[in-house]
Design a protein around this ligand. Structure first.
Ligand SMILES: [Zn+2]
Length: 102
């Protein structure tokens, strides 16, 4: 966690500018930087640690659903909400990566 307080080299595609900035961690764990030149937000895909935790959360929710007495068709529980958040993060991450590879 201490590592994230360090300024990082960021490349802004919008104005083709390299700058150093300290990341702000968004709600789902994405690292956000603001370009000092054009004020555009630069968002980085998730690091491996976050991805791992999200997959654990999703599979945990699925396992809980099938293992608990309610069965697979039970009402939405707290695990599902966490899993939905994790799934949203993974989908966002997927699109971020696609955009970065262009
Ligand atoms: Zn910029």
């Amino acid at each position: 966690m201490a590592k994230q307080k360090m300024p990082q080299q960021v490349y802004c595609k919008n104005c083709i500018n390299n700058f150093e900035a300290i990341a702000r961690i968004s709600f789902l764990g994405f690292r956000k930087f603001r370009c000092p030149k054009c004020q555009q937000n630069v968002v980085w895909p998730l690091s491996g640690g976050f991805l791992f935790v999200y997959w654990i959360v999703i599979s945990g929710a699925i396992v809980f659903r099938f293992a608990s007495t309610g069965g697979p068709l039970q009402m939405i529980n707290l695990f599902d909400l966490f899993a939905l958040g994790a799934l949203a993060a993974l989908v966002m991450n997927y699109f971020l990566k696609q955009r970065m590879n262009k």
